[in-house]
Design a protein around this ligand. Structure first.
Ligand code: IMP
Length: 427
């Protein structure tokens, strides 16, 4: 029962699409277990490029069943337009399964996301503005709307009433906005019911049965470890659990079933939105990484903040996810630097610290301690095996592996699908 979790080991945008590409046709189910349309990845198939936000990447493979698990928050209008966009390009989306327990992002969640960010002023999180946080807040507050509620008008109306009760007070009295009409929301949501009906399923049962039948199930995390609500740089995080444990709660598959946890690790570091980032660069090098690495968000179009590789974070990701492997991406972006600084520890209030501090204050004060590794200038995009890499690139990878605490089993050396070096097979 091969159940693999694939997740971001940094702040997201590590290039998970590459790893999914590598697994290609061998995966039977691809499951998203958290997040919503705040995620974004580009998948290249042949000469076609697809930007996916909510759908699992498996949607593009004719042999794979894509699954939206119970831990995901679903904006039906986004989902339906993503589906029809793919249908127009000839992609068959009929195998998609959506958990009836997944929560729905309604227009009022999007409104609340935007007004709260505005209200936070300089303390804002820099959210994607897609209503993710408010939808998870309602889930935890037990006033959320689930996909299954679309099929019982009376329950749906009661739930929307409960959800809007406090929100309308807040919108009108605190934020000076107009109240949201219950009937309008109910009508809009009911309008999605029929269109979504063919996809709604008991995904917990389906996935557990699939594993019993020895099918290959891939759990695809959105965002990344340091954006995890529990284990990330709180409060500058997303509102779900991208870490490995989230794959279990967000899909209903028990931890004993997971066979491999693969962390996607960029050869340098990026982050979108606000929050601490010890190795962030504000100079020419930062701009060069952004330019060469094409570091602009797929979902928001925002420029990503860029910095050197941070081994403290990678070690933390290994620990908190129980990583069995790393997939190192975008090594080619570092070609051309004479020396490549790597953060090996932090200095906090004059003391050297080897591990990620649990205290937010300490992390905000963390200064990177760098070790310079010799760079390389040869083009590495054609390398097919580890031995094809220039000596200094090999040493860079080996050094990262040693510092990060899990084997690097694959390396991305270029944007193309086949520009990957496979060291140990994931299956
Ligand atoms: P939210 O997920 O929209 O609530 O945003 C919370 C934080 O997570 C913000 O800093 C976002 O920029 C960040 N974030 C959300 N999704 C992604 C992603 O897919 N990649 C990178 N950052 C993300």
């Amino acid at each position: 029962m091969p159940a693999l979790v694939l997740l971001g080991a940094q702040w997201g945008d590590e290039g998970k699409g590459k790893a999914t590409d590598l697994l290609g046709g061998s995966v039977d189910y691809v499951v998203r277990y958290q997040g919503g349309n705040n995620a974004g990845h580009t998948v290249v198939v042949g000469d076609q490029k697809y930007a996916l936000h909510l759908l699992p990447s498996g949607i593009l493979s004719p042999t794979c069943v894509p699954v939206i698990g119970n831990g995901v928050v679903v904006d039906p209008s986004v989902l339906l337009s993503e589906l029809s966009g793919l249908n127009e390009r000839g992609v068959d989306t009929s195998k998609l399964l959506i958990s009836g327990n997944a929560h729905i992002i309604t227009p009022y969640h999007v409104t609340v996301d935007k007004v709260t960010e505005r209200f936070l002023g300089k303390r804002k999180i820099g959210t994607t503005g897609r209503g993710i946080g408010p939808t998870y807040a309602d889930k935890i507050n037990r006033v959320g709307i689930r996909v299954q509620d679309l099929y019982d008008e009376s329950i749906l109306t009661q739930k929307v009433e409960a959800a809007l009760d406090v929100k309308n007070q807040m919108l009108t009295k605190l934020y000076n906005r107009r109240a949201i009409a219950i009937e309008q929301v109910v009508e809009e949501l009911l309008g999605y019911a029929e269109k979504l009906a063919p996809y709604v399923a008991d995904t917990v049962l389906v996935l557990n049965q699939a594993l019993e039948e020895d099918k290959v199930v891939l759990f695809e995390g959105g965002q990344g470890t340091l954006l995890d609500i529990d284990h990330g740089t709180y409060p500058f995080v997303t509102s779900s659990n991208p870490t490995a444990g989230g794959a279990c709660t967000g899909s209903g598959v028990g931890p004993t079933k997971i066979s491999r946890v693969i962390g996607i690790l960029k050869a340098y570091t990026t982050r979108v939105g606000a929050g601490p980032f010890p190795t962030e660069l504000f100079d020419e090098d930062g701009q060069a990484l952004r330019r060469i690495g094409g570091e602009r968000g797929v979902t928001t179009g925002r420029d990503r903040r860029c910095g050197w590789f941070d081994a403290v974070i990678a070690r933390y990701a290994t620990r908190v996810n129980g990583l069995t492997d790393f997939f190192l991406t975008k090594l080619d972006v570092l070609t051309g630097w004479e020396q490549i600084p790597v953060c090996v520890a932090y200095e906090i209030d004059g003391k050297r610290v080897e591990e990620l501090p649990y205290s937010q204050t300490d992390f905000h004060h963390a200064k990177p301690v760098y070790e310079n590794l010799p760079g390389w200038s040869e083009d590495i995009t054609k390398a097919k095996s580890f031995a094809d890499l220039p000596k200094n690139a090999q040493n860079y990878v080996k050094a990262l592996e040693e510092m990060s605490g899990a084997p690097i089993s694959a390396i991305g050396v270029g944007p193309g699908r086949d520009e990957t070096i496979e060291i140990n097979s994931f299956l």
